[in-house]
Design a protein around this ligand. Structure first.
Ligand code: AMP
Length: 172
């Protein structure tokens, strides 16, 4: 099944800049069976983990994260780029595989002590997951796990977030 799922991901060379092999998940999520399989894998893994809230990292983390939240019967909190969230926020900066960026969250979005599941499409260098974890920690919530569809193992992203449980479905 994993080989079949991998075949649904499109490799785009030199996007968004030269030297990056972009893993395009749009070709996977438009496939109904593949999308269902991915959500089902996450669901089975986390259904008994007492998750209170799912957070997703902008923008592709919103897609898988919100479907998973619905399936788990919990709410969804977006971790967004600057200038998008209207109420009081906290933020942190991070390095991407191809640039730098900032993530923000509403300071009242997650309650102290809540069990949080962080979702993203892909972990590359681990910078964005690290900042997501920092934001959740600042809210005094508990990070149960980080779930991603794709892990670029050669970039050793999980070394940046060693203290957290990281689960990936497809590894490269
Ligand atoms: P990083 O902070 O380096 O782990 O980068 C992870 C974020 O950047 C993910 O949310 C991805 O959406 C995006 N990203 C980084 N590298 C790639 C890649 N090679 N293919 C697709 N998306 C990528």
């Amino acid at each position: 099944m994993l080989t079949e799922l991998k075949s649904k991901i499109r490799d785009v060379k030199d996007f968004p800049k030269k030297g990056i092999n972009f893993k395009d998940i749009t070709t996977l999520i438009k496939d109904p069976k593949a999308l269902q399989q991915v959500i089902e894998i996450f669901y089975v893994k986390y259904k008994d983990s007492k998750i209170d809230v799912v957070t997703g990292i902008e923008a592709r983390g919103f897609i898988l994260g919100s479907i998973l939240a619905y399936k788990l019967g919990v709410g969804f909190v977006p971790l967004r780029k600057p200038g998008k969230l209207p109420a009081k926020i906290i933020s942190a900066e991070y390095d991407l595989e191809y640039g730098t960026d900032t993530l923000c969250v509403h300071e009242d979005a997650i309650l102290k002590g809540e069990n949080v599941l962080i979702v993203d499409d892909l972990i590359a260098t681990g910078g964005s997951v690290q900042v997501a974890c920092n934001l959740i920690e600042k809210l005094d919530a508990k990070i149960i796990t980080v779930a991603v569809l794709v892990e670029l193992e050669f970039l050793k992203g999980r070394d940046k977030v060693k203290s957290y449980d990281i689960f990936s479905i497809l590894k490269y």
